[in-house]
Design a protein around this ligand. Structure first.
Ligand code: HEC
Ligand code: HEC
Ligand code: HEC
Ligand code: HEC
Ligand code: HEC
Ligand code: HEC
Length: 470
């Protein structure tokens, strides 16, 4: 305990020994003593020839007895103090990020790795997964005990299923730090893309995302956080466990007036609807990856171009990088070595001169791809962007288009909007030199690659699956 007290970081395994195993051993010792007392009493009852148990007789006038009593008192007090100190520390330790992320290293590796790269890297796991209050603390320890058993016997599912069944409602976790009244206005966001062509041509989209709508008293009651509006409640039923298909939605306003929206494409039958869980929409229905975002290959590669960790002068690098990353591998080690060899082999085969000239750049890019893989793909746990789609937006999974596909209609004939300007306005788009000259007027979406059709008639994710360009 002294070592731990003076070291700056708790070592997860040392913590388990000091705060869980040792106190359990000590408590077990005390229980053994009490059991021993009981046992001896019963033995003596059964065999009277041994005589009655005699309690020690104390004479406080004798100095040796007084010293003994004082000593016993001090030892007992020290024991009690140490145990309550370990209890206190055990409480903090089992709520700590080290404990959640590192003790079951193999199982939590995907979530822990993604967490460390997220905007919530300084928010403890327990702030979202347990939250304040005693009852959820106890609940989390009970499920935790089962999880220890599942991990020791390797009985856990891979990937760990999402959504989590009894996740605490967002009002009691997320809203401790972000609350609906805070959402108003819009924010500008720049999406930097690179096409999968020979020159990895850059393409930029600048958008104003309408993140307002949380509180009618502090801004127009329109915008994305309208769903979290204090005046409205939205309920829905999903067809599948992953909540990827949402055929039924109900909006209840403050007056109690309810509007039901039903998918005209593939509605639930009355029987199916009765058997489904009806869930009240909260933050997690959009922000399902606030802390564990597994990037798809195309977005991860684009981000590496943007931050100059991959060299965009290498021909077809985006296309090849996506191809190599998206292949199935059995383990991280295998993947990293095959990715590095695969990229080098591609350039030697297709561009032998360049492969010699730019050997260093190619090697650096290959190393970077290995890092991208280790950060976003976890073959041992079968965790990647396919297992955990992100519901913000609509590019690589249906996300908002699960409801906003223009096919959910109410009895009165009202449709949940798929208007491209309802959630954002595009300020500028195109190759960077064109974007610089663009004005601040909203423009219709222009698909970066002309496919000879109006892509807005479809769901983006019908073509985009995280590997576009292949
Ligand atoms: C900002 C809040 C937040 C923090 C901090 C956080 N999580 Fe999560 N976590 C979530 C949400 C939200 C989900 C998805 C829940 C859902 O879809 O039902 C999730 C899901 C998970 C899952 C289930 C598998 C999956 O990816 O969906 C695991 C395991 C997990 N988290 C572990 C951790 C660990 C370990 C930490 C700390 C290192 C942590 N979480 C920190 C919010 C958080
Ligand atoms: C203990 C406080 C805390 C809790 C709990 C918390 N967050 Fe956050 N959240 C933060 C902080 C701090 C930031 C970073 C703010 C920044 O960088 O400007 C943040 C950022 C965000 C962002 C913006 C991310 C970005 O890319 O800029 C979103 C979205 C978000 N949180 C959603 C959630 C959701 C959903 C939950 C519940 C599952 C949650 N947060 C729980 C503190 C918290
Ligand atoms: C209907 C889906 C949806 C719901 C429900 C939702 N959000 Fe958001 N939220 C978004 C979108 C979309 C953005 C913009 C994300 C982006 O483009 O970066 C956003 C942005 C944010 C941001 C960053 C705001 C900023 O100005 O940068 C925070 C923080 C956040 N949400 C927290 C929450 C919390 C907490 C809840 C629950 C009370 C919640 N959201 C409910 C869709 C939603
Ligand atoms: C569970 C279904 C569902 C999901 C998922 C969903 N929405 Fe909605 N959204 C609705 C409903 C229902 C309405 C209200 C429709 C109406 O009354 O016109 C709505 C309305 C809106 C509005 C219009 C608010 C107004 O009146 O101006 C915006 C903006 C919006 N949603 C953005 C989003 C974004 C962004 C996402 C994805 C991050 C998203 N929604 C995901 C169900 C959903
Ligand atoms: C229900 C709300 C909603 C509607 C309707 C909607 N979008 Fe979006 N869209 C979003 C959100 C939210 C994001 C931001 C995602 C993020 O922050 O990653 C987004 C992102 C985008 C992006 C940038 C994606 C990227 O990674 O470059 C484009 C382009 C886009 N939308 C085009 C469209 C077009 C075209 C339509 C009409 C068919 C449309 N959107 C309709 C909510 C919506
Ligand atoms: C019919 C199929 C199809 C549909 C539908 C579609 N796309 Fe694409 N998209 C493509 C193809 C093919 C490319 C070219 C890939 C390349 O060369 O990089 C592409 C490229 C892009 C790019 C350039 C970055 C990248 O990932 O390659 C963006 C951004 C994009 N699409 C946005 C959208 C949005 C937003 C929607 C929905 C409104 C959409 N697309 C719908 C097929 C489609």
């Amino acid at each position: 305990m002294v070592t731990d007290f003076f070291s700056r970081h708790t070592n997860a395994y040392l913590g388990v020994v000091i705060y869980l195993v040792c106190p359990m051993g000590a408590t077990a010792g005390v229980i053994l003593i009490l059991l021993g007392l009981l046992w001896e009493r019963r033995r003596r009852k059964r065999r009277p020839e041994l005589g009655q148990t005699r309690l020690p007789s104390l004479d406080l006038n004798r100095p040796s007895h007084r010293a003994f009593l004082l000593g016993a008192f001090l030892v007992a007090m020290t024991g009690v103090m140490l145990l309550s100190l370990t209890g206190y520390r055990a409480y903090h330790f089992t709520e700590s990020v080290e404990f959640c992320g590192l003790v079951c290293h193999q199982v939590m590796k995907p979530e822990f790795t993604a967490y460390q790269h997220s905007p919530h890297a300084r928010v403890a796991c327990a702030s979202c997964h347990v939250g304040p209050g005693a009852s959820w603390f106890v609940r989390s320890k009970i499920t935790g005990a089962y999880q220890v058993y599942a991990v020791s016997l390797k009985k856990y599912p891979r990937p760990i299923p999402t959504p989590i069944e009894d996740l605490r409602p967002a009002q009691e976790t997320c809203e401790q730090c972000h609350w609906p009244e805070k959402f108003f206005g819009a924010k500008q966001k720049v999406f930097q893309h690179y096409l999968a062509d020979e020159t990895n041509s850059p393409w930029q989209i600048q958008m104003l995302i309408k993140v307002g709508g949380g509180d009618p008293e502090r801004g127009t009651p329109a915008g994305i956080h309208w769903h979290m509006n204090i005046n409205k409640e939205i309920y829905y039923a999903a067809r599948d466990e992953g909540r990827e298909e949402i055929p039924w939605i109900k909006v209840v306003d403050r007056g109690g007036h309810a509007t039901e929206y039903v998918s005209t494409e593939n509605p639930l039958t009355a029987g199916e609807l009765a058997s489904r869980e009806v869930r009240r929409m909260d933050c997690m229905d959009c922000h399902n990856r606030p802390s564990h975002h597994f990037h798809p290959p195309d977005r991860a590669v684009e981000r590496a171009f943007e931050t100059e960790r991959l060299d965009p002068t290498l021909p077809y690098l985006k296309r090849e990088a996506i191809r190599i990353l998206a292949e199935p591998y059995l383990s991280e080690d295998e993947a990293v070595s095959k990715i590095q060899k695969g990229l080098a082999a591609y350039y030697e085969r297709s561009f032998p001169d360049l492969a010699r000239e730019k050997a260093l750049e190619i090697r650096r890019s290959a190393e970077e791809l290995g890092k991208i893989y280790a950060r976003n793909f976890f073959p041992e746990m079968k965790a990647d962007w396919r297992a955990y789609p992100d519901h913000i937006g609509h590019l690589n999974s249906e996300g908002c288009f699960r409801c906003h596909d223009g096919l959910h209609r109410s009895g009165e004939g009202h449709t949940i909007t798929k208007d491209c300007n309802a959630c954002h306005t595009i300020l500028a788009q195109g190759p960077p030199q064109e974007v610089a000259a663009a004005s601040l007027v909203s423009q219709p979406f222009r698909h970066p690659v002309d496919l000879g059709m109006d892509v807005t008639e479809f769901k983006c994710s019908q073509c985009h699956q995280g590997t576009s360009g292949l």
